[in-house]
Design a binder for this molecule. Structure first.
Ligand code: ADP
Length: 251
């Protein structure tokens, strides 16, 4: 594993830990509320006599408990979604091509990047109708992750990333456009070169565009870029369609 990959994984894991912390914190503080409620009910029942006022109190405690359970359910759902996204994005599928729904893969990737994007970058999805694509799902997701990360890092302060998908000329196309810095014309021919970065050695993360291009070309596809300095960039990934008669599996 290269230093760059290690840095990327570390940063992603830090983001994930942060994302998991919020629902975990909610479950932890809810546990205190539940403990107190149960202790209070035990107190009320201890003498074997329950007066009207105490019944009212137990009713309100029951209401609190059911609210807490609902919040816990939301927190558990968030954790489950994050775990599913990690699974979707890091399947050991080097040698396994499958028919998949690209939108699900992009959505999983976005969930993992939520910490990086939220409050700063608006993500607009313009998903078209895409048939299943026969590809290496884990690697393809990592390409989307790299492009989305680059897009977010190109945006200083607030901005927007638009993800557009469509079918054209027997290919599935995914366009990731940002309102970021754009790319200088003397750099644009070099961004797919090995080791080219304008971010210094540590802050760059992800696979790097050279590996992204390799992954996509190995699957018979292409990555192209258009960019205007000061306005933003748009990366288009195309992958050939065909080979998937039945409905897509999970990505
Ligand atoms: P890294 O992100 O580690 O620098 P990449 O290979 O992913 O490596 O990207 C190479 C360079 O391409 C970046 O350093 C940056 O200068 C440029 N680049 C890539 N994507 C964008 C983008 N969306 N907007 C502006 N510049 C970009």
């Amino acid at each position: 594993m290269s230093d760059q990959d290690r840095g990327s994984l570390q940063q992603l894991m830090a983001g994930l830990a942060h994302e998991l912390n919020t629902p975990l914190g909610a479950i932890q503080s809810n546990r205190d509320v539940l403990n107190r409620a149960v202790a209070r009910i035990s107190d009320i029942l201890a003498d074997g006599v329950v007066d009207d006022e105490e019944i009212e109190h137990v009713r309100s405690l029951a209401q609190t408990i059911s609210e807490v359970i609902e919040i816990d359910q939301v927190a558990v759902d968030v954790i489950a979604q994050l775990v599913a996204s990690v699974r979707n994005c890091w399947r050991p599928d080097e040698h396994e091509k499958r028919c998949v729904d690209l939108h699900r893969g992009i959505d999983s990737t976005l969930l993992l990047l939520r910490h990086e994007l939220k409050n700063r970058i608006k993500v607009e999805k313009e998903y078209g109708k895409l048939p299943p694509v026969f590809c290496y799902p884990g690697q393809t997701n990592q390409v989307f992750m790299n492009l989305l990360l680059n897009a977010s890092q190109a945006i200083e302060g607030e901005g927007k990333i638009t993800i557009r998908t469509y079918e054209k000329d027997g290919h599935a196309a995914v366009e990731i456009s940002d309102t970021g810095s754009g790319i200088e014309s003397d750099s644009i021919d070099r961004i797919f070169d090995s080791g080219f970065t304008t971010k210094g050695t540590r802050s760059g993360m992800g696979l790097g565009l050279r590996i992204c291009r390799e992954i996509i070309e190995r699957q018979g596809g292409a990555i192209e870029v258009e960019s205007t300095v000061g306005k933003g960039s748009s990366f288009r990934v195309t992958l050939p369609l065909g080979g998937c008669e039945e409905v897509a599996g999970d990505l």
